[in-house]
Design a protein around this ligand. Structure first.
Ligand SMILES: NC(=O)c1ccc[n+]([C@@H]2O[C@H](COP(=O)([O-])OP(=O)(O)OC[C@H]3O[C@@H](n4cnc5c(N)ncnc54)[C@H](OP(=O)(O)O)[C@@H]3O)[C@@H](O)[C@H]2O)c1
Length: 321
């Protein structure tokens, strides 16, 4: 079957090790099933995989991709929940120390077919296209959990989203606005800031700019490049929810500001199956839809990866089969 995969990661030149070619059909363990993939979305995680982050050589070759929407073995339209809990785990699977995402331990979703645990399948509502549904399990679910499960913020409060055009950032803007938060955004170019305003952000600022007033919460996926600004932008008692660190994991902690202004720093990762179900329903009820920048055939995956590497994003990049 056709697939997008990596055999030998390269920390410095990820695009050079991206392969589009043939891979064996998936092996299907007990309790698992096969999905015929119709659409997958690209996440920064896939670029990290090409760089070898979290992928030891003994797991190679590895098919990339953490998201999928497609058809189950009976032809039903499904969305694939991306967090795979370890056998016997009960409760919130994001807290399972042995949880994994597709393309980490098990082969990923950027292929004609993928093996998945049966419990990871959810019905895809007819209102959502396969491409839209494929954006939900990683970036959009992460944004949902950050905003509605981990932040403790209420509608009407002000949330700063660091980054304007990324997959998680655009989801934060759209979902935050749909839920009644006042959403402020930082973006690196005039074009990206204008696009964020189009999506519903109330105000957009240059990266690192002084804000008109301090905010109740900051949604962080950028990391080192924006961390100090995030800490300085919060009102006393405010919260930073962090789920990623695209530009680096080791900014100065600025502990003096954290304790003196009594900030909360909250980590967040992916979401549960139940939360994905709620997100799917939220899309159906509100009419909110994932922001898709471009849809490309899987064979043209390289173009999608180079857009993301160069920061040429305006929402999600989706590959169709
Ligand atoms: N923990 C989890 O479960 C989870 C789930 C999903 C994603 N993540 C992480 O979240 C991060 C974002 O993922 P994604 O798929 O949304 O990536 P993406 O689509 O590539 O978006 C990258 C974002 O980072 C911003 N950015 C990049 N470099 C920057 C810089 N030097 N200064 C300021 N902003 C910068 C971009 O802002 P502009 O709009 O201004 O270009 C853009 O909004 C990644 O680190 C990913 O691993 C974690």
């Amino acid at each position: 079957m056709r697939a997008v995969f990596v055999s030998t990661p390269s920390p410095d030149d990820p695009l050079s090790v991206l392969e589009v070619g043939d891979r064996p059909e998936p092996e299907v363990p007990d309790g698992w099933t096969t999905v015929q993939v119709e659409a997958v979305s690209l996440n920064h995680h896939d670029l990290f995989s090409l760089r070898g982050v979290g992928l030891p050589q003994e797991r190679m070759p590895m098919i990339l991709g953490t998201d999928a929407a497609g058809l189950d073995e009976d032809g039903n339209e499904v969305v694939v929940h991306g967090v795979v809990a370890s056998p016997g785990w009960t409760g919130d699977e994001t807290l399972d120390p042995k949880r994994t995402l597709f393309s980490e331990l098990y082969q990923g979703t950027m292929a004609e077919r993928v093996a998945v645990p049966r419990r990871n399948l959810l019905p895809k509502p007819a209102e959502l296209s396969f491409a839209e549904a494929a954006c939900l399990p990683t970036a959009w679910l992460t944004a949902y959990r950050m905003l509605f499960v981990r932040s403790g913020l209420r509608p009407g409060q002000t949330v700063l989203v660091q980054g304007a055009s990324g997959g998680v950032a655009t989801a934060l803007v759209v979902l935050g606005r749909a839920a009644g938060y006042r959403v402020w955004v930082t973006g690196r170019s005039e074009e990206k800031r204008a696009a964020a305003l189009e999506l519903g952000a109330d105000q957009a600022f240059e990266t690192g700019a002084r804000l008109p007033e301090r905010v109740d919460g900051v949604m962080e996926t950028v990391g080192k490049a924006t961390w100090s600004h995030s800490v300085r932008s919060l009102r006393p008692g405010g919260v930073i929810v962090t789920s990623g660190a695209t530009t680096g994991y080791d900014p100065g902690a600025e502990l003096n500001r954290v304790f003196f202004t009594q900030l909360s720093v909250v980590g967040s990762t992916m979401g549960t199956r139940d939360e994905l179900e709620s997100l799917v329903r939220m899309c159906a009820v509100t009419g909110v839809r994932p922001v898709i920048d471009v849809e490309l055939p899987l064979e043209e995956a390289c173009e999608g990866f180079s857009r993301m590497l160069e920061g040429r994003t305006a929402g999600k990049i989706v590959f169709t089969l």
